[in-house]
Write a protein that binds this ligand. Structure first.
Ligand SMILES: NC(=O)c1ccc[n+]([C@@H]2O[C@H](COP(=O)([O-])OP(=O)(O)OC[C@H]3O[C@@H](n4cnc5c(N)ncnc54)[C@H](O)[C@@H]3O)[C@@H](O)[C@H]2O)c1
Ligand SMILES: [Zn+2]
Length: 365
């Protein structure tokens, strides 16, 4: 079992990574001394697959267990679901010492983290991520949130978990498309911080896509180290360090919004956003053509889209201009200086952005 630490003084916590380690959850949690009664937030599909083994491990360590299922959609990240879970939690919480376990993908993790942050002004929680995206990204760093009809993640808090238990064996049941969505984020980490990780993905794509446990453990550990390092130094995105994690997301979010969150999944939109950001980097003479070609090849090999189709160019550009990450009216892009090296650049010319988006696909208008 590998261990990575998020260092935040008294709020520091470990990330445990390995294949098959979820059977040790009871022992790990008992060692943290965070409570005696586990309130496991998950969804029906994941409970059916992994609930019994988790409950057995927790009970064996002398802990009581109660499951709370939420519906398996992004709509579960809502104030109404949070209220329903909080009411159930309060009814369960009689003479107990409760902690929360978030067993699921990013939707479960964000909602469970939010509930943990606000119940009794904060109770301990554990992240047990079950998608590749959640393992390398959403389970680490303490960003918890629910959505409003007005926008995603508008209500939330920074609230760190007490541990992250990342069992890559749980990814076996993940659909190929979901695995690829997470792989887009893994490629992102390679591009912004770790050229060896990028080469490893180039050389081991087949193993990764066929759920090879050693390959998955390797990439999840590398990404967890990078995210833990960034969060430890810039927890609340006050410096530009945590901003680097938005590589590919500026245009990626605009693509998701322009096609109304349906045609492209998050990872697919981020893949296209990374290609646009790489092209902007090349146009600004920060990145060479060969590196840009390598990036396109890897994204293609991962089964992610390399051509944007069926979206309006104007819509992407106007949505991009409403991006909440704009500072004082100037746009901000994370651009590449090389594979493994990124920097935040502001005020990129609209002409260059348009050229890069135009070059990335075919458009309705
Ligand atoms: N907090 C953060 O820092 C952060 C970062 C990135 C994304 N997010 C959030 O994460 C969410 C997306 O998370 P996601 O991509 O994990 O999606 P998700 O949680 O919706 O899961 C995707 C699908 O995979 C299924 N699934 C999960 N684990 C499975 C498994 N082991 N086997 C089979 N099926 C499984 C789920 O039931 C669901 O149908 C978004 O709401 C996004 O805003 C948060
Ligand atoms: Zn993302």
């Amino acid at each position: 079992m590998k261990r990575v630490n998020v260092n935040l003084g008294s709020r520091s916590y470990p990330i445990f990574i390995g294949a098959g380690i979820s059977v040790r959850t009871g022992r790990i949690v008992a060692g943290l001394d965070i409570g005696t009664d586990a309130y496991v937030i998950t969804n029906p599909l994941i409970q059916k697959k992994y609930g019994a083994a988790l409950a057995a491990s927790l009970r064996k360590a002398g802990l009581s267990v109660r499951f709370k299922n939420i519906a398996d959609t992004e709509q579960s990240k809502s104030l109404s679901t949070a209220a329903a879970v909080l009411k159930d939690l309060a009814a369960f919480d009689k003479r107990k010492h409760i902690f929360i376990v978030a067993l699921g993908g990013g939707v479960v993790g964000d909602l469970a983290g939010f509930v943990a942050a606000v119940y009794k002004r904060g109770i301990p929680y554990i992240q047990m991520p079950t998608t590749l995206l959640a393992q390398v990204d959403s389970s680490i760093g303490g960003k918890t949130a629910v959505d409003l009809p007005e926008g995603k993640n508008l209500v939330g808090a920074f609230y760190q978990p007490r541990a992250v238990i990342t069992d890559v064996a749980l990814l076996k049941s993940l659909h190929a498309r979901q695995l690829r969505q997470g792989l887009a984020e893994v490629i992102k980490y390679g591009l912004i911080r770790d050229r060896q990780l990028f080469s490893y993905i180039e050389n081991n794509m087949r193993r990764i896509l066929s759920h090879d446990q050693a390959a998955l453990t390797h990439i999840v550990e590398r990404c967890s180290r990078i995210k833990a390092g960034i969060v430890s130094r810039d927890e609340r995105e006050k410096k530009s360090l945590r901003t680097l994690l938005n590589f590919g997301h500026t245009i990626g979010h605009a693509i998701e919004a322009a096609c109304d969150y349906c045609d492209y999944g998050h990872g697919e939109a981020v893949a296209l956003g990374m290609l646009v950001a790489a092209d902007i980097s090349r146009q600004m003479r920060m990145l060479g053509e060969k590196a840009q070609e390598r990036i396109t090849r890897l994204i293609k090999a991962a089964g992610l889209p390399i051509k944007l189709r069926g979206v309006s160019l104007q819509k992407i550009i106007s949505i991009h201009y409403r991006d909440k990450k704009f500072m004082a009216g100037k746009n901000r892009f994370v651009l590449l200086q090389a594979i493994g090296k990124a920097k935040v650049v502001s005020n990129v010319s609209l002409l260059i952005i348009q050229q890069a988006i135009k070059g990335s696909g075919t458009f309705n208008c």
